[in-house]
Design a protein around this ligand. Structure first.
Ligand SMILES: [Zn+2]
Length: 248
């Protein structure tokens, strides 16, 4: 189906049946946002940001990290409601779900010192070919929700992907970082001196988010933190064999 129709279809479906859980397809009260209580009860809350960052430091020298902090709502698990939420946000055109999750993410991270000061939000960009096919950027929808919660600006196209990167599966950790290090370009001057938050759907290895952060620091950003709906603990624990492939 044409991507615009897919997107339109997803949102129309949401209008016609606004209270269907994206995970189990059961009706939910209109007062609930996102998913039903039964599915929500099965979700695993992501670790606190300091614990997530410590995990990242186990695999990377601090000098390799352009990110100052990371934070997520849920731990990603295969065949779980989280996977269905991410799938719905990413592939089923559920833009409003992406925004609801982004808002929840923003409210959750307000409690943490690492996220106490943010000036503006930039979503991790899709490559323009991918954006054309999908019709929207899920990271942007999450960012819009986050921006609503924080009442701070979001710059929609402040970052762009310069090129497709080669598959990362056969590369060492160092090569992987280098492989994506110049993959992004900053297209706005508004990041100069700013404390920037990046938004995306899932944090896996962090290579993509770190490359964005690196580009932002080069462009004069004061600091960069990242927030995602889910944190993929599995790929962190199996880091040496994890697929570092770019998440176009
Ligand atoms: Zn459900």
């Amino acid at each position: 189906m044409n991507s615009y129709l897919t997107t339109l279809g997803g949102d129309l479906l949401h209008l016609i049946a606004p209270s269907l859980c994206p995970s189990c397809d059961e009706p939910i009260p209109t007062t609930l946002r996102g998913i039903c209580e039964t599915c929500r009860a099965t979700l695993t809350t992501a670790p606190y940001p300091d614990e997530m960052f410590e995990g990242l430091l186990k695999h990377h020298h601090p000098d390799e990290l352009a990110l100052d902090a990371i934070g997520s709502l849920f731990t990603f698990e295969q065949d779980s409601p989280v996977q269905k939420i991410i799938h719905a946000i990413k592939y089923r055109g559920c833009r409003s779900l992406g925004r609801a999750m982004g808002e929840e993410l923003g409210l959750a991270l307000m409690a943490f010192q690492e996220f106490s000061e943010i000036d503006l939000i930039l979503p991790v960009p899709l490559h323009k070919a991918k954006l054309r096919v999908r019709g929207y950027n899920q990271g942007e929808e999450i960012g819009i929700g986050f921006a609503n919660a924080w009442k701070i600006p979001l710059i929609h196209f402040g970052l762009k992907r310069r090129r497709h990167t080669q598959s990362q599966t056969t590369l060492s950790a160092k090569q992987r970082l280098l492989n994506v290090s110049d993959a992004f370009a900053v297209t706005t001057t508004e990041v100069a001196g700013a404390r920037v938050l990046l938004t995306d759907d899932v944090f896996t290895t962090g290579a993509t988010l770190n490359a964005c952060a690196s580009a932002l620091l080069t462009a004069g950003a004061h600091s960069v933190v990242a927030a995602t709906v889910a944190w993929d603990e599995v790929s962190r624990d199996n880091h040496s064999t994890a697929d570092w492939e770019f998440n176009f």
